[in-house]
Design a protein around this ligand. Structure first.
Ligand code: NOJ
Length: 582
């Protein structure tokens, strides 16, 4: 019997090797000592439910709306959806203030809708990653209601309290508070509670084992439903030194250094891994990766048994309202790649719901260049090592909102900062200019399905204004146009799936490092070598990759005309992106 089993095994092995050689679809694990894993091969589409599709005319996106668009998601070819929070919430921060972790927000629908959504995704081979918001809850969560009711309440230690008779607590910076003060006085028990985000988002006390058990139970509840992963919101801030030492003056300019990766954070992650992640087939990614490569490695190296992949911000933080330098961009992404070439794993992204739109920040949203530059940026995301994340609308080249009045903004952070400036007599005009370029609301306007009044998002009044350019940028138009950035995006997704060994796992080598306009690199497995050339400029630019291109074959190009190659020099049109097989 043993010999027969081993003979069968050998036949299967040889057949799979032969098939692998032909297609390059199978992973070659030699490039990364931690090996091939399903979660490295995912192509993740981030979906902002509030703005995706409204089904009942109340102006707010909902789960039934998403269900009605499942075929669209499938048509993209993406393999997983990361859904921003959909739990019960008073919506101070669009769902990042959870009042019941086991229920669905009323605006979004019911648990039946959720079950149907999950099934619909799974029927289409799309995984579902949920946002887990457990650095803080809503102040309307039952735990907090109990906690604030008396100092003796069993839930008191679910949150961070400082009794007022001790005097004022050491200053803590709040990212969203009107006064930037993270301690909020509550007269009911004459004490302050801690909130790194808004006043309605009190921080949970991870140092309390009971709280941790509650969170693991919540995670198991969703894992048992069959979801496929968790994105841990703001989790790098979860552990705290509860003696609340004073931080140096001005620390808030670099608050991550004081807030991230503190205390026993890794102990909690190891515990979470043991109690939850290790028991289910779920992907895990934390928002933020600390302050250094070492921090990031400690989160994700396989032997640490904590999380799967880092989601680091240095790359996305490069673009400022006044622009950015491609040389810096190349340096940052290359440095991160090399730091994770052997161990650990990264997320690759250029946009999300906390950022202005990708094309407005990193590309060129002028109608003449919008489509090409969007496709060029998506080529970058889909050809780098790491798990790619595409934010909804970036497949279409959706742009910044174009708001001109503060009344058009909805985001708690944007609005509280405006109020703060009003109170302190700050420069409101300068602030308005700044948020036009950088407010998170730029990435939150309704998804543009067609050119009808509200872009096909709602029949009611949208919770946030639809971008006027929906008449030109929308799914209906782009589906019909074979050269649209939507159709190009679908080809990119397919290409990544067809070249897993090189594009997911293969070695990355930067070329022509000092070229200020073109980003060029190779991705290489032991079966093939691909060359990716991206013109980040609105002018024609050229590149000498440093090797002959006689045999180079174009696998994909975002423009209908192919680049001219003379000798060893490639000339690229504005925002041209080409993937060659060498
Ligand atoms: C990060 C989330 O991405 C953001 O949208 C939210 O406001 C904060 N965490 C607080 O939960």
């Amino acid at each position: 019997m043993r010999t027969l089993a081993s003979a069968i095994f050998h036949v299967i092995f040889i057949v799979s090797m032969v098939v692998g050689c032909k297609t390059d679809k199978t992973a070659d694990t030699t490039e990364n000592s931690e090996g091939a894993q399903w979660w490295k091969e995912e192509i993740i589409y981030q979906l902002y439910p509030r703005s995706f599709q409204d089904s009942d005319g109340d102006g707010v996106g909902d789960l039934k709306g998403i269900i009605s668009r499942l075929d669209y998601l499938q048509s993209l070819g993406i393999t997983a959806v990361w859904l921003n929070p959909i739990y019960s919430s008073p919506n101070d921060d669009n769902g990042y203030d959870v009042s019941d972790y086991r229920n669905i927000m009323k605006d979004f629908g019911t648990m039946d809708d959720f079950d149907q959504l999950l099934k619909g995704l799974h029927d289409r081979n799309i995984k579902l990653i949920m946002d887990l918001v457990v650095n803080h809850s809503s102040d309307e969560h039952e735990w907090f209601k109990q906690s604030r009711s008396s100092r003796e309440n069993p839930y008191r230690n679910y949150y961070h309290w400082w009794n007022a008779e001790r005097g004022k607590p050491p200053y803590r910076y709040s990212l969203f508070d009107v006064n930037h003060d993270a301690w909020m006085y509550d007269s009911l028990t004459n004490a302050y509670y801690l909130h790194y985000f808004s006043r309605k988002q009190p921080d949970l006390n991870w140092e309390n084992p009971k709280l941790r058990e509650e969170v693991y139970d919540i995670m198991k509840f969703w894992a048992e439903k069959g979801i496929d992963g968790f994105r841990l919101d703001a989790f790098q801030f979860a552990a705290k030194d509860t003696s609340y030492p004073a931080f140096p003056e001005g620390y808030e300019k670099n608050f991550t250094k004081y807030y991230a990766m503190q205390g026993n954070l890794h102990g909690y992650l190891k515990e979470m891994n043991e109690k939850v992640f290790s028991k289910y087939k779920v992907l895990s990614v934390a928002e933020g990766a600390g302050n250094s490569f070492e921090d990031a490695h400690q989160l994700v190296d396989a032997d640490r048994k904590e999380l799967h992949m880092a989601y680091a911000f240095e790359g996305v933080d490069i673009a400022k309202p006044e622009g950015y330098s491609l040389l810096v961009f190349k340096e940052v992404f290359s440095r991160w790649d090399s730091a994770f070439a052997e161990k650990g794993w990264l997320s690759i992204f250029l946009g999300n719901h906390d950022q202005a739109r990708m094309v407005s920040r990193f590309g060129n949203d002028d109608p003449a260049y919008r489509s090409a530059s969007t496709s060029m940026l998506n080529t970058f995301i889909m050809t780098m090592r790491g798990t790619p994340y595409i934010y909804n609308g970036d497949e279409l080249g959706m742009t910044n909102a174009g708001f001109t009045s503060i009344h058009e903004f909805r985001d708690v952070q944007t609005l509280n900062e405006y109020k703060r400036l009003q109170l302190t007599k700050g420069d409101l005009a300068a602030y308005l200019k700044k948020i036009q370029a950088s407010s998170r609301d730029n990435g939150r306007t309704p998804f543009q399905w067609d050119n009808s009044k509200n872009a096909g998002f709602t029949t009611g009044t949208p919770w946030i204004k639809v971008n006027e350019n929906h008449v030109d940028i929308n799914v209906a138009l782009q589906e019909k146009d074979p050269n649209s950035c939507l159709n190009y995006f679908k080809k990119l997704v397919q290409l990544r799936k067809d070249h897993i060994a090189s594009l997911v796992y293969g070695k990355y080598t930067l070329l022509d490092k000092n070229n200020p306009d073109i980003y060029a690199y190779t991705r290489e497995s032991d079966r093939e070598k691909l060359l990716i050339v991206l013109n980040f400029s609105k002018e024609t630019k050229s590149l000498n990759p440093g090797f002959g291109l006689q045999k180079a074959q174009i696998l994909l190009s975002n423009l209908s005309t192919n680049p001219v190659i003379t000798n060893e020099t490639i000339q690229l049109a504005p925002y041209q992106a080409v993937i060659y097989k060498l």
